[in-house]
Design a protein around this ligand. Structure first.
Ligand code: SAM
Ligand code: SF4
Length: 340
């Protein structure tokens, strides 16, 4: 079959660069769009129309594509979803990624449910670290936010991650107005006690229901003020391409991150690119287009063909996500399908 012609001015060699000179080093891979929680800022109560199995990349396809990215200079693979641990073959996928040369750093973003059993095998397979999403340690707030009574499972998962060396264990939290926004300092105290590094993330317009409103979003500034009722926060410089603005807590050595993805976007330093569970390449969470890799892959594309598609998609990356501009258009696919 004829291959699609990729029209772009992307260079044909060297690292994965976009037209603004940013280099792709961090590939986020959604290994499934399914989930066992229903976080209100992410999914509707009834779940989503999940991708049909035949449309999802097989393990071989996934590993082949990840291998290509690694050859193109990607240094970190972050497994996400949906809930990545719902992919039955996850441990073996991690093992195969760890076999790539050069071996990338392998991280995972997870809700933590089941990590109590999987932390050790994942670590043995080559997983380096985890980010566990946990917005509150109050059982009632947890149910309000996730629509499931699973706080105990998440706590057990976090503990296993710490005990089994998936460290530093990071916790990601979203503050929601009227639910957990006044309890952010309790969550921080809880994480400090256990040695977990906490980072707050502003809620982004990625919910399946398209109900996000800038006016009701809890801003990074508000989170900081709330934390400052309990802790003294000193900003640390030099965040590089890392999106978290980090603060030293009291006299240190511990820190807390607050990611102002909406109110102070970090697009200029972005080094990310995303692969969906059905093999679509996206150059930004907020991109309104994607490049199909699965079709060409299944039609027999060779590595050079796939590389051209990848380079073309990277080259088209926009300067910024533009949330807040009147012409901003929320992506049609929700976060769980894109890979958070
Ligand atoms: N299920 C896994 C988890 O929850 O960690 C991985 C996928 S989830 C989509 C990845 C991250 O995206 C989580 O930390 C979650 O809190 C965050 N997230 C989801 N929807 C969001 C939104 N609308 N705004 C900000 N963060 C969001
Ligand atoms: Fe599931 Fe993660 Fe979305 Fe929550 S944020 S519904 S855990 S995919």
């Amino acid at each position: 079959l004829p291959m699609p012609t990729v029209r772009s001015d992307a260079p044909g060699s060297g690292p994965l660069v976009d037209s603004f000179g940013r280099i792709g080093r961090d590939l986020r891979v959604s290994v499934t769009d399914r989930c066992n929680l229903r976080c209100t800022y992410c999914m509707p109560a009834e779940g989503l129309p999940w991708l049909p199995k035949p449309e999802m990349l097989t393990d071989d396809e996934l590993v082949r594509l990840i291998g290509l990215f690694v050859r193109l200079g990607v240094r970190q693979i972050r497994l996400t979803g949906g809930e990545p641990m719902l992919r039955k073959s996850l441990v073996s996928v991690v093992e195969r990624i760890a076999d790539l040369d050069p071996r990338p750093t392998i991280a995972m973003t997870t809700n933590g449910i089941g990590l109590d059993r999987l932390a050790a095998p994942l670590r043995a397979a080559g997983l380096d670290r985890v980010n566990v999403s946990l917005d509150t340690i109050d059982p009632q707030e947890f149910v309000a936010l996730t629509r499931r009574d699973r706080l105990g499972d998440v706590e057990a998962g976090l503990k296993a991650a710490q005990d089994d060396g998936l460290t530093p264990v990071k916790v990601n939290a979203v503050a929601m107005r009227g639910i957990n926004d006044e309890d952010v300092a309790d969550l921080l105290a809880w994480c400090l006690d256990r040695g977990y590094e906490l980072r707050f993330i502003e809620q982004m317009p990625l919910d399946a229901g398209h109900e996000w409103q800038r006016g009701t979003m809890v801003t990074a500034g508000e989170i900081r003020s709330e934390l400052e009722k309990t802790y003294r926060l000193t900003p640390l410089d030099g965040r590089g391409s890392a999106p978290a603005e980090r603060y030293l807590i009291d006299d240190g050595p511990h820190t807390v991150g607050i990611i102002a993805s909406v109110s102070a976007p970090f697009c200029a330093a972005c080094d990310r690119v995303r692969l969906t569970a059905d093999g679509q390449l996206r150059n930004c969470l907020f991109a309104n287009s994607e490049s199909d890799l699965r079709g060409p892959l299944r039609d027999g594309a060779d590595d050079a063909d796939l590389e051209a598609i990848i380079r073309g998609e990277m080259w088209r990356k926009a300067r910024g996500h533009g949330i807040g501009r009147p012409d901003f258009h929320q992506p049609d696919r929700p976060m769980s399908a894109i890979g958070g």
